[in-house]
Design a protein around this ligand. Structure first.
Ligand SMILES: [Zn+2]
Length: 457
C-alpha cells in the first residue's frame, strides 16, 4: 500500500514539473553515454534544483528531530519540520566509501566491489550526478573526506567538484565546505537547474569541542545500559583505554552543533536567493558512530543500529509542512526516489526502489567487509546479523522492544530467524557481486600522507 502521506507526490510532479516531465520524455530518446557525454541539453523549464546534504558519522539520536534533548541541531530540525522525516533509515554500510557509493548509485557495496579502504567507485558505475548532468543539470560536489575524493572516483558526473577540504580527521572543515558550496551556487548557470551535493565531515572522529557549542551543562538523559556489552558482541572494537561515553558525547555533540550551524548558513543562503522553497532537499548521513553501545567506539566494525541507523529527510519542492514515516527504508532508495520526483527515467539496473512508489515494505540490507565480514537484514521489526567469519553465526534482535540490541533472540525465535536468513539468501542471489574491485593505487608518499591525515592505519 502506498502510504497516504505520500499520495500527493504525483500531484506535486504534475504542478511543479510538468514542463520538466515533457522535456524528460523528449530527452529520453536521445543517446546517452554517462561517462563521456558533456553535451549540454536544453534546460528543462520547471525542473527543481536538488540539494543533497550528507553529514559524515551523524547519529540521528543526537538530533532534536530524533529526540535529542540538547539543542544541537536547530537548523536541521527546522528543515525536518518541512520535510518527510524517515525515522528508520539504514545505511548500506558502516563506513564512508561504500555507504556514500550506495547512496549515489543505488547499488550495494558488494555490487560495486567496495570492500576495503583502497577500493574506489568503479568507472562504469553511474552516479546520480552523471544521470542528472545528462538531463541538463549543472552538478556541483563539495566533499571533505579523502574517501569521497576524486582519487576514490567520486567526482564522476560533477560539472565542478571541490575536494580541497580533504584535510584529515583533526581538521575543522564545515566553514570552508559551506563557503565552497555557496561560491559554486553564486557562479551557477542560471538558465539550468542544479544538483548540489555537500558533504560535511566534522562529527567524524577526532571530535573537537567548540566553545560556542558547549552542551555539557544541558540536561542529558543517561541511556540505560549504554556501557554494558550485550551477549557476544559482533564486530565491536573495544577501546580499553578510551574515555567514558559521556565525555565522548559532550565533544561529539559540540561537533554536531557546529556542523548544524554551517548547514543553517547554507540553507539561509538558499532562502536568501529564493531557491529554498522550490528545491528538493535531501538530508542524511553516511553512517553513525559507536559510543560503547556494544563495548566499541568509532565505526566500520559492526552493523549495530548505532552505526547504520541514519537520519533521512526529504524536503519536497513547495513543501510547507513535515510528516514522519516510520517504515524501514535504506539509503539505496534515495537515488530512485529523487529521480522519480524529478520525472527522470533510470534506464540502467539499480537495486533500490523509490520510497514513494514501492508497493510494500521491503527488507533493508547492510554489509561490511572492512575489519569484519558481516551482513544484516532489517525486516518485520526485527534485525538479523550474520558473521561470515564465525561459521555464519547469526544474531536476532527485536528492534521494536529492544532497539539497543542487547538481547539475542536467535535461539528463541527460530522460525523468524529462518525467514530473515532466507531474505538474505535471496538478496545475495538477486544481486551480482562485482567480479573485480577497482582500487586506488598509492605510492609510498601518498600512503604516508593519508596515514598522517588519519585515513589509513
Ligand atoms: Zn563516513
Amino acid at each position: 500500500m502506498l502510504s497516504a502521506s505520500l499520495r500527493f507526490v504525483p500531484d506535486l510532479r504534475k504542478h511543479a514539473t510538468s514542463a520538466w516531465l515533457l522535456a524528460a520524455v523528449i530527452l529520453a530518446g536521445c543517446g546517452r553515454d554517462s561517462q563521456t557525454s558533456s553535451a549540454v541539453v536544453a534546460s528543462p523549464p520547471g525542473a527543481p534544483n536538488v540539494v543533497m546534504i550528507v553529514v559524515d558519522t551523524l547519529r540521528p539520536d543526537r538530533l532534536g528531530a530524533w529526540g535529542q534533548v540538547r539543542d544541537t541541531s536547530p537548523h536541521i530540525d527546522e528543515l525536518a519540520s518541512q520535510s518527510i522525516r524517515f525515522s528508520r533509515a539504514t545505511s548500506q554500510a558502516p563506513w564512508t566509501t561504500p555507504s556514500t557509493a550506495s547512496l549515489l548509485t543505488s547499488l550495494y557495496p558488494h555490487e560495486l566491489g567496495i570492500e576495503t579502504e583502497p577500493n574506489k567507485v568503479p568507472d562504469q558505475a553511474i552516479l546520480l550526478p552523471e544521470l542528472l548532468r545528462d538531463k541538463g543539470y549543472e552538478t556541483f560536489g563539495v566533499v571533505a573526506s579523502s574517501f569521497l575524493s576524486r582519487r576514490w572516483n567520486f567526482d564522476q558526473g560533477f560539472s565542478r567538484f571541490e575536494d580541497e577540504n580533504v584535510s584529515g580527521l583533526m581538521s575543522i572543515t564545515s566553514p570552508e565546505v559551506t563557503r565552497a558550496a555557496i561560491k559554486m551556487l553564486k557562479s551557477r548557470d542560471r538558465s539550468r537547474p542544479f544538483l548540489l551535493f555537500v558533504h560535511y565531515f566534522d562529527p567524524h572522529f577526532h571530535y573537537n569541542s567548540h566553545a560556542d557549542f558547549d552542551f555539557t551543562d544541558a540536561e542529558e538523559e543517561v541511556r540505560s545500559g549504554e556501557t554494558e556489552a550485550s551477549q557476544g558482541d559482533l564486530g565491536t572494537k573495544v577501546e580499553t583505554a578510551g574515555p567514558e561515553s559521556g565525555q565522548l558525547f559532550d565533544s561529539y555533540d559540540s561537533e554536531v552543533g557546529f556542523t548544524d550551524h554551517y548547514i543553517g548558513r547554507l540553507l539561509q543562503f538558499l532562502r536568501d536567493q529564493d531557491l529554498f522553497d522550490e528545491a528538493l532537499i535531501v538530508f542524511t548521513a553516511d553512517h553513525g558512530e559507536e559510543f560503547l553501545d556494544h563495548g566499541g567506539w568509532k565505526h566500520a566494525h559492526s552493523l549495530y543500529e548505532e552505526v547504520i541507523h541514519v537520519p533521512l529527510l526529504f524536503k519536497l519542492p513547495q513543501s510547507r509542512s513535515g510528516r514522519v514515516e516510520d517504515r524501514q527504508v535504506g539509503l539505496i532508495d534515495v537515488f530512485p526516489t529523487i529521480t522519480e520526483i524529478l520525472g527522470v527515467d533510470v534506464e540502467h539496473p539499480i537495486s533500490g526502489a523509490s520510497l514513494f512508489s514501492a508497493a510494500e515494505v521491503r527488507p533493508v540490507f547492510s554489509e561490511t567487509s572492512r575489519n569484519n565480514n558481516l551482513q544484516a537484514v532489517i525486516y518485520k521489526g526485527h534485525k538479523a546479523i550474520v558473521d561470515l567469519n564465525d561459521d555464519d553465526k547469526w544474531r536476532l534482535y527485536d528492534l521494536s522492544t529492544d532497539p539497543a540490541e542487547k538481547h539475542d533472540l536467535a535461539g528463541e525465535r527460530v522460525e523468524l530467524l529462518q525467514e530473515l536468513m532466507e531474505e538474505v539468501r535471496r538478496w545475495r542471489e538477486s544481486t551480482r557481486t562485482a567480479s573485480e574491485a577497482e582500487s586506488v593505487v598509492l605510492d609510498a608518499e601518498q600512503t604516508e600522507q593519508l596515514k598522517a591525515l588519519g585515513y589509513l592505519e
